[in-house]
Design a protein around this ligand. Structure first.
Ligand code: ATP
Length: 219
């Protein structure tokens, strides 16, 4: 049986999750206390419901605990977001993903049992900062505290060298996990493969090691 999702809060963030789940042919219930917002999603979501999710009785009547995964996309109203998350966990919802507005909000969400806490604005801000701060860093994805995956554009300095010759693993403790070459995407590249100018390296490692590699080898 396909999984069933609930998205609470139909702002830009929650709304885009509902649209994307619908495009992926998933069943999704969309909930908001604002009737106009709910009406916007009546043709997109499997069910669109006007409800105040801080009311435990309402949540019970919606049978919320039978859904596989609930996404709390309320950001601005921290009280609504935390109370909703608390009720979901107390009612026994297995998987709750909640959006945090700031670090304190994230701490509270973690403490009350949110399974995943996301910071879309902060994360996108960081990605853009890494991208604009260095001409060679094309994209940046934070995996865990201080560990990331980056996309780095190869420089003339690197061209013609093999992955073995770059010695990135031994010298910097980082791993080149894939290479984008034109329309080709080479996963787990052969270490003897020569790097060409224009290649985009996808590298995983500690932020400090990635930074050292970028400064010493790429620039
Ligand atoms: P975004 O940044 O995603 O565009 P937003 O700025 O429009 O969001 P938020 O305050 O983050 O607004 O809230 C998102 C949605 O959550 C709003 O449409 C709001 O009506 C809804 N919402 C807030 N509190 C509750 C609640 N207790 N029950 C149901 N929906 C709620």
């Amino acid at each position: 049986m396909d999984k069933e999702y609930v998205v609470i809060g139909l702002g830009r963030f929650g709304g885009s999750i509902v649209r994307e789940l619908n495009a992926l042919d998933m069943d999704v219930m969309a909930i908001d206390s604002n009737e106009e917002r709910v009406n916007e999603y009546s043709d997109i979501a499997t069910h669109a419901v006007v409800a105040n999710t801080t009311d435990e009785a309402v949540m019970k009547s919606l049978g919320i605990r039978n859904f596989d995964h609930v996404i709390v996309a309320i950001g601005e109203n921290i009280q609504s977001s935390t109370l909703t998350t608390l009720i979901l966990k107390e009612l026994g919802v297995k998987k709750v993903t909640a959006k945090a507005q700031n670090d304190y909000h994230a701490k509270i969400l973690n403490k009350i049992g949110a399974d995943t806490v996301v910071h879309p604005e902060r994360d996108m801000g960081r990605r853009i900062a890494h991208n604009v701060a260095s001409a060679s860093v094309l994209d940046y994805l934070e995996l865990a505290d201080e560990h990331s995956i980056v996309e780095i554009k190869t420089s003339e300095k690197m061209a013609g060298q093999s992955i073995v010759e770059l010695d990135a693993r031994a010298q910097f403790g980082i791993n080149i996990i894939a290479i984008k070459r034109g329309s080709e995407f080479i996963v787990a590249p052969d270490p003897n493969m020569n790097i060409e100018i224009g290649d985009i390296l996808i590298i995983i490692g500690h932020d400090n090691d990635l930074d050292r590699f970028e400064k010493k080898i790429v620039r």
